[in-house]
Design a protein around this ligand. Structure first.
Ligand code: CP
Length: 305
């Protein structure tokens, strides 16, 4: 029995296998429509979500399975003081697999050790978001054909943005990758990512505060929202929230084949006018997220494909 808490738990060949199954699902949905008949997914979301929760639910329905769960901790017995471990031990009596989002870093890991059924980390605080990374990787594969020889700009809240942490972790295994880390000083990438991943693996990276200067060299621009919910001080959030706003003018000196990604939700960091640019990939990412979560559910439930 296997859970997924951190993207590093998947080997490179397992990521490739998930992408291949996702492509097969897109090409032949009928082959997969009853693969999870009789199985139940529990979505335990202690933090708000649109894409992750609903894509997990859509994924399970499209595999012929069913879904139970809650979309806020306040509507579960955690509001009465029940621990996360007791919650998952209870849910494992009703479901076959769990997708859990929690505001506390490490909560899905602790829960997975006691759940008795596979548990997927659907985002834990400012730490990790491995299934968003799978959606990002699938999108990069489709847009760029692979993961090597890319210059990847990561822009915005690199301190609290868990999707950025997981994506760096995943891409760091590929050859000739360069990261351009674009953020205000207060929202710079945490030191542990630099020390334990970038420096340890000898990966080239630069840290800058201006997006315009580096735009021409980027193959991928991964925009992120400033994570209001992780700030202790509202004044700091208001000061930093509009640090970067991507618009058509700022894209004038970008590569013609740039891919613009964003895990969403966006607030102000990408102007709506950019949506019409063929380089905008963020709504494709949303759809890719459903297919790769279908592939992941099949893998963790050990369903023959
Ligand atoms: N990308 C992402 O995690 O979106 P949600 O918060 O809407 O799930």
């Amino acid at each position: 029995m296997r859970s997924l808490i951190d993207i590093q738990e998947l080997t490179t060949s397992e990521i490739e296998e998930l992408i291949a199954v996702s492509e097969d699902i897109i090409a032949h949905p009928e082959k997969f429509s009853q693969k999870c008949a009789g199985k139940k997914l529990a979505t335990l979301f202690f933090e708000p979500s649109t894409r992750t929760r609903l894509s997990f639910e859509a994924a399970m329905y499209e595999l012929g399975g069913n879904v139970i769960g809650f979309s806020e901790g306040a509507s579960s017995s955690s509001a009465k003081g029940e621990s996360v471990v007791d919650t998952v031990k209870t849910v494992s009596c009703y479901a076959d697999i769990i997708a859990m989002r929690h505001h506390k870093e490490g909560a899905p890991l602790v829960a997975s050790l006691k759940a008795g059924i596979p548990l997927i980390n659907a985002g834990d605080g400012g730490h990790n978001h491995p299934t968003q990374t799978l959606a990002d990787l699938f999108t990069i594969k489709k847009e760029k054909g692979g993961f090597e020889n890319l210059v990847i700009g990561l822009c915005g809240d690199l301190k609290f943005g868990r999707t950025v942490h997981s994506l760096i972790s995943a891409l760091s295994r590929y050859e000739n990758i360069k990261f351009v880390l674009i953020s205000p000083e207060e929202l710079a990438i945490p030191d542990y990512i630099k020390e334990e991943i970038l420096k340890k693996k000898n990966i080239e990276y630069t840290e800058v505060s201006e997006m315009q200067d580096v735009m021409p060299e980027l193959d991928i621009l991964y925009m992120t929202r400033v994570q209001k919910e992780r700030f202790f001080n509202e004044a700091d959030y208001i000061r930093l929230r509009d640090s970067y706003i991507l618009n058509n003018e700022k894209l004038l000196n970008a590569k013609k084949d740039l891919s613009i990604l964003h895990p969403l939700p966006r607030v102000n960091e990408i102007a709506v006018e950019v949506d019409a640019d063929p380089r905008a990939c963020y709504f494709k990412q949303v759809l890719n997220g459903k297919y790769i979560r279908m592939a992941l559910i099949l893998k963790l439930l050990e369903v023959e494909v």
